[in-house]
Write a new protein. Structure first.
Length: 131
Protein backbone atom coordinates (compact mmCIF):
# COMPACT_ATOMS: atom_id res chain seq x y z
CA UNK A 1 0.00 0.00 0.00
CA UNK A 2 1.11 3.51 -0.65
CA UNK A 3 1.61 5.77 2.36
CA UNK A 4 -1.32 8.12 1.54
CA UNK A 5 -3.71 5.17 1.24
CA UNK A 6 -2.61 3.79 4.60
CA UNK A 7 -3.22 7.24 6.10
CA UNK A 8 -6.69 7.39 4.55
CA UNK A 9 -7.51 3.88 5.84
CA UNK A 10 -6.42 4.88 9.35
CA UNK A 11 -8.49 8.06 9.18
CA UNK A 12 -11.52 6.09 8.00
CA UNK A 13 -11.10 3.64 10.87
CA UNK A 14 -10.68 6.40 13.47
CA UNK A 15 -13.65 8.36 12.13
CA UNK A 16 -15.89 5.30 12.28
CA UNK A 17 -14.74 4.43 15.80
CA UNK A 18 -15.54 7.96 16.97
CA UNK A 19 -18.94 7.88 15.31
CA UNK A 20 -19.92 4.63 17.06
CA UNK A 21 -18.43 5.68 20.41
CA UNK A 22 -20.28 8.99 20.30
CA UNK A 23 -23.52 7.17 19.46
CA UNK A 24 -22.92 4.81 22.37
CA UNK A 25 -22.31 7.51 24.99
CA UNK A 26 -25.39 9.41 23.82
CA UNK A 27 -27.56 6.26 23.87
CA UNK A 28 -28.10 6.26 20.12
CA UNK A 29 -28.06 2.93 18.33
CA UNK A 30 -25.53 2.75 15.54
CA UNK A 31 -24.79 0.27 12.82
CA UNK A 32 -22.89 0.53 9.59
CA UNK A 33 -22.84 -1.48 6.37
CA UNK A 34 -20.37 -1.53 3.51
CA UNK A 35 -22.36 -1.89 0.33
CA UNK A 36 -22.05 -4.95 -1.89
CA UNK A 37 -19.76 -4.53 -4.84
CA UNK A 38 -19.58 -5.92 -8.33
CA UNK A 39 -15.78 -5.80 -8.06
CA UNK A 40 -15.57 -9.34 -6.67
CA UNK A 41 -17.76 -12.22 -5.65
CA UNK A 42 -20.48 -11.80 -8.26
CA UNK A 43 -20.32 -13.47 -11.63
CA UNK A 44 -21.11 -10.51 -13.87
CA UNK A 45 -23.68 -10.62 -16.64
CA UNK A 46 -22.61 -9.29 -20.05
CA UNK A 47 -24.30 -5.96 -19.33
CA UNK A 48 -22.73 -5.64 -15.87
CA UNK A 49 -19.26 -6.35 -17.25
CA UNK A 50 -19.52 -3.35 -19.60
CA UNK A 51 -19.78 -0.73 -16.84
CA UNK A 52 -16.74 1.41 -16.14
CA UNK A 53 -15.32 1.26 -12.60
CA UNK A 54 -14.79 4.40 -10.55
CA UNK A 55 -12.85 2.78 -7.73
CA UNK A 56 -9.93 0.36 -7.86
CA UNK A 57 -10.52 -3.09 -6.41
CA UNK A 58 -7.52 -2.61 -4.10
CA UNK A 59 -9.09 0.54 -2.65
CA UNK A 60 -12.44 -1.14 -2.00
CA UNK A 61 -10.67 -4.13 -0.43
CA UNK A 62 -8.81 -1.66 1.81
CA UNK A 63 -12.15 -0.19 2.92
CA UNK A 64 -13.48 -3.71 3.53
CA UNK A 65 -10.39 -4.49 5.63
CA UNK A 66 -11.12 -1.45 7.80
CA UNK A 67 -14.70 -2.66 8.30
CA UNK A 68 -13.54 -6.17 9.21
CA UNK A 69 -11.02 -4.76 11.71
CA UNK A 70 -13.72 -2.61 13.32
CA UNK A 71 -16.00 -5.65 13.52
CA UNK A 72 -13.23 -7.62 15.28
CA UNK A 73 -12.91 -4.76 17.76
CA UNK A 74 -16.61 -5.10 18.60
CA UNK A 75 -18.10 -2.26 16.59
CA UNK A 76 -21.45 -2.83 14.81
CA UNK A 77 -19.90 -2.71 11.37
CA UNK A 78 -20.69 -5.18 8.61
CA UNK A 79 -19.15 -5.66 5.17
CA UNK A 80 -21.76 -6.90 2.70
CA UNK A 81 -19.30 -6.86 -0.16
CA UNK A 82 -19.85 -10.50 -1.14
CA UNK A 83 -23.62 -10.48 -0.71
CA UNK A 84 -24.24 -11.24 -4.38
CA UNK A 85 -21.79 -14.15 -4.62
CA UNK A 86 -23.34 -16.96 -6.61
CA UNK A 87 -26.02 -14.76 -8.19
CA UNK A 88 -25.73 -14.84 -11.96
CA UNK A 89 -28.73 -12.70 -12.87
CA UNK A 90 -28.16 -9.01 -13.54
CA UNK A 91 -28.20 -6.97 -10.33
CA UNK A 92 -26.27 -3.82 -11.27
CA UNK A 93 -27.36 -1.22 -13.80
CA UNK A 94 -23.93 0.42 -13.83
CA UNK A 95 -20.77 0.42 -11.71
CA UNK A 96 -22.67 0.60 -8.39
CA UNK A 97 -26.42 1.17 -8.75
CA UNK A 98 -28.94 -1.64 -8.71
CA UNK A 99 -31.07 -2.40 -11.75
CA UNK A 100 -34.76 -1.50 -11.62
CA UNK A 101 -36.94 -3.59 -13.89
CA UNK A 102 -40.73 -3.74 -13.86
CA UNK A 103 -40.74 -1.48 -10.79
CA UNK A 104 -38.63 -3.99 -8.81
CA UNK A 105 -34.98 -4.33 -7.89
CA UNK A 106 -33.53 -7.71 -6.97
CA UNK A 107 -30.41 -5.94 -5.64
CA UNK A 108 -32.41 -3.71 -3.31
CA UNK A 109 -34.53 -6.67 -2.19
CA UNK A 110 -31.53 -8.86 -1.35
CA UNK A 111 -29.66 -5.99 0.32
CA UNK A 112 -32.73 -4.92 2.29
CA UNK A 113 -33.27 -8.44 3.63
CA UNK A 114 -29.60 -8.77 4.62
CA UNK A 115 -29.70 -5.43 6.47
CA UNK A 116 -33.01 -6.30 8.17
CA UNK A 117 -31.62 -9.65 9.35
CA UNK A 118 -28.48 -8.01 10.71
CA UNK A 119 -30.51 -5.31 12.48
CA UNK A 120 -32.60 -8.04 14.11
CA UNK A 121 -29.47 -9.81 15.38
CA UNK A 122 -27.50 -6.72 16.41
CA UNK A 123 -30.32 -4.82 18.09
CA UNK A 124 -32.28 -7.90 19.17
CA UNK A 125 -35.37 -6.82 17.26
CA UNK A 126 -38.43 -8.94 16.67
CA UNK A 127 -40.16 -8.90 13.30
CA UNK A 128 -43.76 -7.87 13.22
CA UNK A 129 -46.05 -10.47 11.77
CA UNK A 130 -47.47 -9.39 8.44
CA UNK A 131 -51.24 -9.38 8.09
Amino acid sequence: KSEPKVCVANQLKNYNKKMHLLANITNIKSIQFLQPTRLWGKELSQEEALAKEFIAIEDYKMIEKVYLELKKEGFPVYALTSLFSGIKERIFSDHIHFLWKDNQSAGNEILGMAIAEQLEKTWKLKRKKSN
